[in-house]
Design a protein around this ligand. Structure first.
Ligand SMILES: Cc1cc2nc3c(=O)[nH]c(=O)nc-3n(C[C@H](O)[C@H](O)[C@H](O)COP(=O)(O)OP(=O)(O)OC[C@H]3O[C@@H](n4cnc5c(N)ncnc54)[C@H](O)[C@@H]3O)c2cc1C
Length: 320
């Protein structure tokens, strides 16, 4: 059986949960078994996970689970995985999934692979693929343990509807009290978080200063995109740290990544080169980013970005 943890921040599923269930369903099909989804805490319409291939949904809910604690959640999820005889546990490769992966694998004496991007193949061994060396190569891993724990890279496969809603079974499970206390949480509301964003408008040091970011925000608003930036921009405080993408920042996989005034250093590319379409705006024809771009505009961003915004406005007006 394949057990999928479907995350539901604030009681609602995001795309990553549907991706994980789709992945769990496909993995179960390959293994000739069933996919069961696990939800934790009060969740709105947990049965909808059936649409993405869960044969059943298990929901654990009690007051101690209202705030995420990796130790408590691990103990509960490992207990359920053992009870239901899960051979594969699937997590999203989110901050929650990352903090559960190692702990769960240790508890279940399981082999684990993080950030997988392919449905396993099982002929001649259980094998999955993931990106390595900042996305420059793909490695195939064979997991030889009886139980396996995998985390799924965001946007690796689109959620697929394959059925209808299913029953939700409530499970009563208590975990040990967590030993890490969260003192404060700062949640960024408003736009789609970068790891889930399908459209991203990003800018770098070519912007000259934080006072010029209005043109980037206008373009992002017009497109319904999330804003991002290069590391030095966040380091110097021009933009908040949660916008920093790259090797040491957030890794993203949008359908469209527009980068203005970013040189395209290898450390930046490491976090963005899985974007489906990359558009680079840079006034230096030798900027390394052009080599990774699908479309390049060699011009001054202060000319081009407002023109792009205007063009999108006109396009939307003409097509609405
Ligand atoms: C260990 C390590 C980890 C790192 N991790 C990251 C990371 O995660 N993310 C990251 O981004 N960086 C990271 N870096 C830094 C990285 O090496 C680069 O220094 C950084 O990405 C450069 O940022 P930038 O492109 O905004 O600035 P610059 O390199 O200064 O480039 C600015 C670009 O803007 C262009 N430009 C200037 N004016 C205009 C204009 N008017 N119109 C159009 N174009 C213009 C210039 O031609 C230039 O190409 C890391 C570095 C190290 C050593």
């Amino acid at each position: 059986m394949v057990l999928v943890y479907a995350e539901s921040p604030k009681g609602k599923f995001k795309k990553a949960a549907f991706e994980a269930v789709t992945y769990g369903h496909k993995t179960a099909q390959v293994m000739g078994t069933q996919c069961v989804a696990l939800t934790v805490g009060a969740v709105e319409d947990a049965g909808q996970l059936g649409k993405y291939g869960a044969a059943q949904v298990l929901n654990v809910s009690n007051d101690s689970l209202s705030n995420f604690d990796s130790q408590t959640y691990t103990a509960i999820m490992a207990g359920i995985a053992q009870q239901v005889g899960a051979k594969v546990v699937v997590l999203s490769h989110s901050s929650t999934g990352k903090s559960l992966l190692g702990r769960l694998a240790a508890r279940l004496d399981a082999g684990s692979v993080s950030s997988v991007k392919t449905v396993p193949t099982v002929e001649g061994g259980f094998k999955v693929k993931r990106n390595v060396f900042s996305g420059k190569a793909i490695a195939e891993y064979e997991v030889t343990s009886d139980v396996k724990v995998l985390s799924l890279m965001g946007n690796a496969l689109p959620p697929e509807e394959v059925g209808g809603p299913v029953d939700v079974q409530t499970i009563d499970a208590e975990g040990p009290a967590g030993r890490v206390k969260v003192l404060e949480q700062k949640v960024v509301d408003g736009t789609v978080p970068l790891p889930e964003a399908e459209l991203v408008v990003s800018a770098g040091r070519g912007m000259k200063g934080p006072e010029n970011w209005g043109i980037i925000e206008e373009l992002a608003t017009e497109l319904g995109a999330t804003t991002a930036c290069s590391r030095p921009v966040a380091d110097t405080g021009w933009r908040p740290h949660h916008e920093h993408v790259g090797q040491t920042g957030v890794a993203i996989r949008p359908n469209l990544y527009i980068a203005a005034g970013i040189s395209g250093a290898i450390q930046h590319l490491a976090g963005v080169n899985n974007s489906k379409v990359i558009v680079v705006i840079n006034k230096d024809p030798e900027a390394p980013f052009f080599k990774a771009a699908d479309y390049g505009v060699c011009a001054d961003l202060f000319d081009v970005v407002p023109k792009l915004t205007e063009a999108f406005k006109k396009y939307k007006a003409a097509n609405s």
